[in-house]
Design a protein around this ligand. Structure first.
Ligand SMILES: C[S@@+](CC[C@H](N)C(=O)[O-])C[C@H]1O[C@@H](n2cnc3c(N)ncnc32)[C@H](O)[C@@H]1O
Length: 437
């Protein structure tokens, strides 16, 4: 292009842009679109013309076309945060969630401490259905804006949905104290309590949320289902168990040993009796490792598994376990067949309902001649199993016999014992052995 042609193209661009802005300011979006299209034709390599056209198409609600123009502007003049923001908004509105998340990611890479950029990234990832990835930018935003109740509520909700209700509550409780009048924080708090099985606390939080915003349909439905569907005791699920013991990890040993006279590990050791050493031992629901202490002298290799990471951290500090896993015990048992000589379960079946699945998994994981030594809470006359209002589970001898038989294991010893005390009353239980022939 010679200099004269270039000058006249630039003049046409400037005139078309000026006309477009003038039409837009006058509220004539169709006129603005026509003028900005002329600007694009006059200078196809100019990012400003594409950007202005994209913004106008957004205002006209033509999101897919806006995304095309804004994408062209972004490739002509890359890495401008305001354009990436507009492009992400257009892509989100057009339902292009993956591309929107990518535009947001690029914007955050340029402005890592922009709260709006982090929030937009989280929104795009949530729209994409990737709550686990969205938690990252939301956490960053919450760190940068700790007083922002909307962000705290959103992060709390996302963490609960991800099965992390304890972290959600640790975040929500101080935020609620700072902002007691924020309805969505109250509802997020209620969801966290509900996930932990604390129905009364959940209902109270949903009621407070509804008092602040009576139109919140989500809170209405949550409260309704808590009141009407929650009559039967629910088995303690993984999120509940994890949060319960993570909360308790620091005090567990002192409370159980000093205040509650906890004896399950010693009872297991006594039940096993004389035994050769050099065993490969797996401690199910190892907690802080009290059963590891009782059995370490018999172990060639000691492994533990527990759902609660803070309990496992305590066990790790003992330095007795060669392997420790933070996962469900069924996952750990399923990892290798015929791997263990001895499997321990001290006060862990109390958090499972039907013991059929775990007994079958134990049968597969034991070597021939191997044994499981375990405790359950029980009650006189109980034959099956029952979930108590505390959400702990009691098992009767009949259930243990049926599970052993179905798994092809021999019920070797079944003795009533006192496992610990609760409110100064003895907690009755059974100590039993299952042997693999
Ligand atoms: C009462 S504590 C007993 C801990 C240890 N066995 C002891 O005797 O000190 C119960 C432990 O079982 C764990 N637990 C419960 N259900 C579990 C599951 N399905 N998978 C893995 N661990 C589980 C809990 O996280 C908790 O640490």
């Amino acid at each position: 292009m010679d200099e004269t042609t270039e000058n006249s193209a630039l003049a046409a661009l400037a005139a078309a842009l000026a006309a477009g802005y003038e039409r837009r300011d006058a509220g004539d979006l169709a006129g603005a679109e026509r003028a900005f299209r002329l600007a694009v034709d006059a200078a196809p390599g100019e990012a400003d013309a594409q950007g202005a056209l994209g913004d106008t198409l957004m205002a006209l609600g033509r999101f897919a076309e806006a995304a095309v123009a804004l994408c062209a502007a972004e490739s002509l003049e890359p890495a401008r945060p305001h354009r990436l923001a507009a492009l992400a908004e257009a892509l989100l509105a057009a339902g292009e969630f993956g591309a929107a998340a990518e535009a947001c990611r690029r914007r955050v890479a340029i402005r890592p401490d922009s709260v709006p950029a982090l929030l937009a990234h989280a929104e795009a990832l949530l729209a994409l259905g990737d709550a686990a990835a969205a938690a990252g930018p939301l956490r960053e935003a919450a760190l940068l804006a700790p007083e922002d109740a909307d962000i705290a509520a959103k992060l709390c909700q996302v963490l609960t949905d991800l099965g992390e209700p304890l972290e959600a509550l640790e975040l929500a409780q101080p935020a609620v104290r700072r902002n007691p009048g924020h309805p969505r924080l109250q509802v997020a708090l209620g969801c966290g309590w509900r996930a932990l099985g604390e129905r009364e606390k959940a209902a109270a939080a949903f009621r407070r949320g509804l008092a602040l915003d009576p139109d919140d349909a989500g809170a209405q439905a949550a409260l309704h289902s808590l009141i009407h569907d929650g009559a039967a005791e629910a088995e303690p699920g993984a999120a509940y168990v994890r949060a319960l013991f993570d909360r308790y990890a620091e005090r567990f040993d002192a409370d159980l040993l000093e205040k509650l006279g906890y004896r399950a590990p010693q009872l297991l050791r006594e039940a096993l009796g004389a035994s050769p050493g050099g065993l490969d031992i797996l401690d199910l629901g190892c907690g802080t490792g009290l059963a590891g202490v009782a059995f370490a002298s018999l172990a060639r290799h000691l492994a533990g598994v527990d759902l609660a990471p803070r309990m496992v951290e305590q066990a790790r500090r003992r330095g007795l376990y060669q392997e420790l896993y933070v996962e469900d015990l069924l996952v750990c048992l399923g990892r290798a067949a015929a791997r263990w000589d001895l499997i321990l379960a001290a006060d862990v079946f109390t958090y499972l309902g039907d013991l059929g699945p775990v007994t079958r998994a134990v049968a597969a994981a034991l070597r021939p001649g191997g044994r499981l030594v375990a405790t359950v809470e029980s009650a006189p006359g109980l034959d099956g199993f029952e979930i108590m209002p505390s959400r702990r589970v009691r098992h009767g001898a009949g259930h243990l016999r049926a599970c052993a038989e179905a798994a092809g294991l021999t019920l070797g010893r079944l003795g009533p014992e006192t496992l610990r005390t609760e409110k100064r009353q003895p907690v009755p239980g059974l100590v039993f052995i299952l042997a693999k022939g």
